[in-house]
Design a protein around this ligand. Structure first.
Ligand SMILES: *Cc1c(COP(=O)(O)O)cnc(C)c1O
Length: 457
């Protein structure tokens, strides 16, 4: 037991040292992939090693290969930080090692997920009766929600997809925006729909579905249909006109699914809620806790307005699966996973530590930092901000593709900040995402200075 205490104490120390080094360390790793292979590789050891020695070596050799993702100057993709309470709860989750698939393998885990699911439904402005599931990420949240959608639209057409599969079933039409996230396509593929079943709807200059095009796409459809809308385009942060899409989907008898991986969190802020007006009219919602809520990886969230369809798509039984005597909810009836991590603990800790006002503040501060960056960078020579900065994303470029690429590479290599590139309207662009509670005004200033240095060089 004393050994355990020393080992975990040492791990906590290493973790704290890492977090305290964020202001000084390079955001991008200083070791190459090949150097990491050499440092960490070699043959599988024949025999055991002392755990403390394993951890010391692991920490030492990975040090130069870790990206400074928890830093306030990491702006890549859409990647959150980890709130202190969520991080600590995540450590305890590992120590407790509950299997959150079944209530009998962790009643506290089941109850915490139940409570947290209810809080999230409230916070995100979803219908109070919506069901929920804690999954690995938005990708699997799409799979969960769209499996419920598949069940419901085919049931209405008199087809039992869980029993009979898709071979010979009525065709299901899927309508989605041209700028939908790629994970929607993969979810559809995994569910047997095939990319060919997607009717792609033209997007406007911000990446939002054009409502006239949605109407046209739905016009010819009278059989089973699913519409996938998006709250938060990954480059621009733009939100589809969800209220109008809900109206059209309703008239067409289609299931409306919303990809709100990060954008759904606008609903938690009075200042930004108008962007997702009507979102409660959808049938299912996929989002992430590991992005804007700032819990450690991995944690996605699925919500379904029709719990019976959700459960019909996911539930399973086996003789050896013991039912809980108090009839709490067995998570495995709602998720695609069987055995699983007790993800609810970290989300519970995040929500308790922030409260309703803290979540709103996290969203609003991130958006304010994005606006700060946009206003500063747009004053640099030849810089053009390409999006309306409605949320936490800034999309920008310089005079030509070569300059844009060169400046991005220079800033990445400086170690001062990190963000990723993209292509927008066929041209190179840089995308900056503010999704971390740590990002301060000073972090934004330092990032702009890194661009100034690159521009001067
Ligand atoms: C990140 C993202 C996803 C995928 O989420 P994961 O948690 O990485 O699975 C889906 N849609 C949008 C809009 C995203 O930004």
């Amino acid at each position: 037991m004393r050994d355990d205490r020393a080992l975990l104490g040492r791990a906590a120390e290493i973790a704290a040292d890492f977090l305290e080094s964020l202001d000084e360390r390079s955001i991008w790793p200083t070791a190459s992939v090949q150097e990491l292979r050499v440092a960490l590789g070699g043959d599988l050891p024949d025999g055991p090693s002392e755990p403390l020695e394993v951890i010391e070596t692991l920490a030492r050799e990975t040090e130069r290969g870790v990206v400074g993702i928890p830093s306030g100057r990491y702006f890549g993709f859409v990647i959150g930080g980890a709130l202190p309470a969520a991080l600590a709860a995540d450590w305890l989750t590992s120590a407790w090692d509950q299997n959150a698939g079944l209530v009998v393998c962790g009643p506290a885990a089941a109850v915490v997920e139940e409570i947290t699911g209810g809080w999230l439904v409230d916070l995100l402005g979803l219908p109070p009766t919506a069901s929920f599931a804690f999954v690995t990420g938005c990708q699997m949240a799409h799979v969960t929600c769209l499996a419920a959608a598949r069940h419901a639209v085919l049931e209405r057409a008199g087809w039992d997809v869980e029993q009979d599969g898709l071979a010979g079933s009525p065709a299901v039409r899927v309508v989605a925006g041209a700028k939908r996230h790629v994970t929607v396509d993969r979810a559809l593929r995994l569910l047997g729909f095939g990319s060919g079943s997607v009717v792609a709807v033209e997007a406007d200059e911000q990446g939002r579905m054009r409502i006239g095009a949605v109407e046209a796409a739905l016009e010819g459809i009278d059989g089973p249909a699913i519409v996938c809308a998006q709250a938060g385009e990954v480059n621009t942060g733009a939100v589809d006109p969800i209220d109008e899409i809900a109206e059209l989907s309703g008239s067409a008898g289609a299931w409306l699914h919303v990809d709100g991986a990060f954008g759904l969190w606008a609903a938690a802020s009075a200042e930004h809620r108008h962007l997702v007006a009507g979102v409660d009219r959808a049938d299912s919602w996929a989002t992430d806790a590991h992005k804007w809520l700032n819990v450690p990886y991995d944690c996605g969230l699925a919500f379904v307005a029709h719990p019976e369809a959700h459960r019909a798509a996911m539930r399973l039984t086996a003789e050896y699966l013991v039912a809980d005597p108090d009839a709490a909810r067995d998570q495995m009836d709602w998720t695609p996973e069987f055995s699983r991590r007790a993800r609810g603990f970290a989300v519970y800790a995040a929500l308790r530590s922030l409260g309703r006002s803290g979540v709103a503040d996290l969203v609003e501060r991130s958006c304010a930092r994005a606006r700060q960056f946009a206003s500063e960078i747009s004053r640099r020579p030849s810089c053009e901000v390409l999006n309306d900065v409605v949320l936490n994303q800034v999309l920008f470029r310089f005079q030509d593709d070569a300059t844009t690429d060169a400046l991005l590479r220079a800033v990445q290599a400086s170690g001062e900040a990190w963000m990723s590139g993209t292509t927008w309207d066929g041209r190179a662009a840089i995308r900056l995402s503010v999704s971390n509670w740590r990002t301060s005004e000073a972090d934004i200033e330092r990032t702009v200075e890194a661009f100034d240095t690159a521009l001067a060089g």
